[in-house]
Design a protein around this ligand. Structure first.
Ligand SMILES: Nc1nc2c(ncn2[C@@H]2O[C@H](COP(=O)(O)OP(=O)(O)OP(=O)(O)O)[C@@H](O)[C@H]2O)c(=O)[nH]1
Ligand SMILES: [Mg+2]
Length: 439
C-alpha cells in the first residue's frame, strides 16, 4: 500500500536529516522533491500547490526556531500537513436513534461496493451488531448471488425481494424491525460512468430509504478519476463519507491524498484486499505515519500505553526481552486487550504483521471466561512452563475447568501464538526519533 509515496517521503526525510539547519535553499530543494513525489503519485495539482505552499511557509517561518534538529522539525511539519490533508479527524458512521441504521453504498461499476457491503457487515458483527444485507442491483443477474454467497460466508442474512428495488429496500427495513436487526446495508448497482439513470435511481432510493449514511465507494487505484467521480456523487446525493478500496494494490495514493481536500468528505474505511477481513477503519494520523515510513508502530504504542499502566508495561517489556511469557501473563494480557477492542486491530498496526496470519486471534467475553477457568485449573508449574502439559494433564485440566481437551488445546495454541508474536515484536526496531517528535 502506497509504496511509491512512502519511498519518496522516506528519501526526503533522509535528505533533510543530513542537513545542518533549515535554510531557504535546502527547504526549497526538499519542497521541490515533495512536489515531484506528489505529482507522480497522481495527487490533484490543487492539493499539491496548497501542500507545498503551507509546508514552505511553515518550514521557513518562526516555528522552526526550536531545539529540535532540522530533520525533526521538517518531518513534523510534513506529518502535520499530511494529517490535515487526510482529514485530521477520523470519522465514524452515524447510528440511528431508532434501529435499523441504514447505510447505502454507491459508486461506479467494479469499485468494490458488494465486497465492501460484506466487509462492513462483518465489521458490524464484530461489534455486536446484527446486520442485514440487501442488494438493489437487479440489472446484473449474478449480483444477487454474489451478495448471497458473501452473506452466507459471514453468516449475515441477505434480504431478497421483488424486482421493484424501492419496495425491496423498504421491505428490508421492515424485515430488520421485525427481526430486531439493527443495521441494514444497502448495496446498489454501479454503472461504468456517471449517467442520469443511475443518479436518479440513487436519488429516489435516498428519498425512499432516508439512509443515515451514504458511503461513496471508490477504487483507490483510479486516482483522480475516483476523486472527480466522488465530487459528482456528492453533488447529487450529498454523501457522508468515502470508502477507498483496493488500497493493497495502490502504490501511488493520489486518491487518498486528494479526495478529502477536493470533496470535503472524509475517508471512513479503506479496503486492503479481496477477503472479507481486509478492511481498515481509516485514521488520518496513522496513515500519515505510515506514509512517512514510521509504520503504525506509533499508533500501537499509544494504544497499548493507554490501557497498560506503566508498571505493567515495564514488567511485560522485561519478559518480552527475556522471551519469558507465562500463561498467567497471557491471561492478564487477554484481559487488558479485551479493553482495547478487537485484538486484530492491534496486530494489524504492526508493520509486516499480515505475514503471521493470526487473524483469528480475537478475544470474546465467553472465550475469556473459559480461558480463565482453564488456566486456573492448571498447577503453578504448568502455568509457568506450559510445554509440560501432555495428554493426561490436558484431560485433568479440562475436567477441572468443565471444558474439553480441545478447549484446553485452543487456549494453549493461542498462548504459543502470543509467544511467537512477542518474539517478532522483539525484532521490531522502534525509530529512535519518535519521542523527540512528540509522536
Ligand atoms: N485487491 C482488492 N480487490 C478488491 C477490493 N475490494 C474489492 N475488490 C475486487 O474488486 C472486484 C469488484 O468488486 P465488487 O465488490 O464486485 O464491485 P462492485 O462495486 O459491487 O461492482 P458492481 O456491482 O459491478 O457495480 C472484485 O473482483 C473484488 O474482489 C480490495 O480492497 N482489494
Ligand atoms: Mg456489486
Amino acid at each position: 500500500m502506497l509504496e511509491q509515496l512512502q519511498k519518496g517521503f522516506i528519501d526526503i526525510v533522509r535528505f533533510v536529516k543530513g542537513e545542518g539547519k533549515l535554510t531557504e535553499s535546502n527547504v526549497k530543494e526538499a519542497v521541490k522533491r515533495i512536489r515531484r513525489i506528489l505529482l507522480e503519485a497522481d495527487v490533484n495539482y490543487r492539493v499539491v500547490k496548497e501542500f507545498i505552499g503551507r509546508t514552505t511557509e511553515k518550514a521557513l517561518g518562526e516555528e522552526v526556531l526550536r531545539s529540535l534538529s532540522p530533520g525533526e522539525v521538517f518531518t513534523k511539519i510534513v506529518y502535520d500537513e499530511l494529517v490535515e490533508l487526510l482529514g485530521r479527524e477520523n470519522k465514524d458512521l452515524k447510528t440511528a436513534s431508532i434501529p435499523p441504521t441504514v447505510t447505502m453504498l454507491v459508486g461506479l461499476q467494479g469499485s468494490g461496493k458488494t465486497t465492501f457491503a460484506a466487509k462492513l457487515a462483518k465489521y458490524f458483527m464484530d461489534r455486536s451488531k446484527k446486520p442485514v444485507l440487501v442488494s438493489t442491483d437487479v440489472y446484473r443477474p449474478a449480483a444477487q448471488e454474489q451478495l448471497m454467497k458473501l452473506g452466507k460466508q459471514i453468516g449475515v442474512p441477505v434480504f431478497t425481494g421483488g424486482e421493484d428495488i424501492y419496495a425491496r429496500a423498504k421491505d428490508a427495513i421492515d424485515f430488520c424491525r421485525k427481526h430486531h436487526r439493527d443495521v441494514l446495508i444497502v448495496d446498489t448497482a454501479g454503472r461504468l460512468h456517471i449517467d442520469e439513470d443511475m443518479m436518479s435511481e440513487l436519488e429516489e432510493l435516498k428519498k425512499e430509504l432516508k439512509p443515515h449514511n451514504i458511503l461513496y465507494v471508490a477504487d483507490g487505484m483510479t486516482g483522480q478519476d475516483a476523486v472527480n467521480t466522488a465530487g459528482a456523487f456528492n453533488e447529487r446525493l450529498e454523501i457522508d463519507g468515502i470508502v477507498l478500496t483496493k488500497m493493497d494494490s495502490d502504490a501511488r495514493g493520489g486518491a487518498a491524498l486528494s479526495i478529502k481536500y477536493i470533496t470535503g468528505k472524509s475517508i471512513v474505511f479503506i479496503g486492503t484486499g479481496e477477503k472479507i477481513g481486509d478492511l481498515e477503519k481509516f485514521y488520518p494520523d496513522r496513515m500519515a505515519k505510515r506514509i512517512l515510513g514510521m509504520g503504525d508502530v506509533a499508533g500501537l504504542v499509544e494504544k497499548v500505553q493507554s490501557v497498560m499502566d506503566e508498571e505493567y508495561s515495564k514488567r511485560m517489556q522485561k519478559k518480552i526481552q527475556k522471551g519469558r511469557i507465562t500463561l498467567d501473563d497471557y491471561l492478564e494480557q487477554l484481559e487488558k486487550l479485551k479493553k482495547m477492542g478487537p485484538i486484530e486491530s492491534i496486530f494489524e498496526m504492526i508493520p509486516g504483521f499480515s505475514k503471521f496470519k493470526m487473524r483469528n486471534v480475537s478475544v470474546d467475553e465467553r472465550e475469556l471466561v473459559k480461558a480463565k477457568a482453564i488456566i486456573q485449573s492448571m498447577t503453578k508449574e504448568e502455568r509457568a512452563n506450559p510445554s509440560i502439559i501432555n495428554g493426561s494433564r490436558r484431560k485433568r485440566i479440562a475436567k477441572g475447568s468443565g471444558t474439553t481437551p480441545a478447549d484446553v488445546n485452543r487456549v494453549l495454541n493461542r498462548y504459543w501464538q502470543l509467544v511467537k508474536l512477542t518474539k517478532s515484536l522483539k525484532k521490531l526496531k522502534f525509530p529512535s526519533d519518535f519521542s523527540d517528535l512528540g509522536f
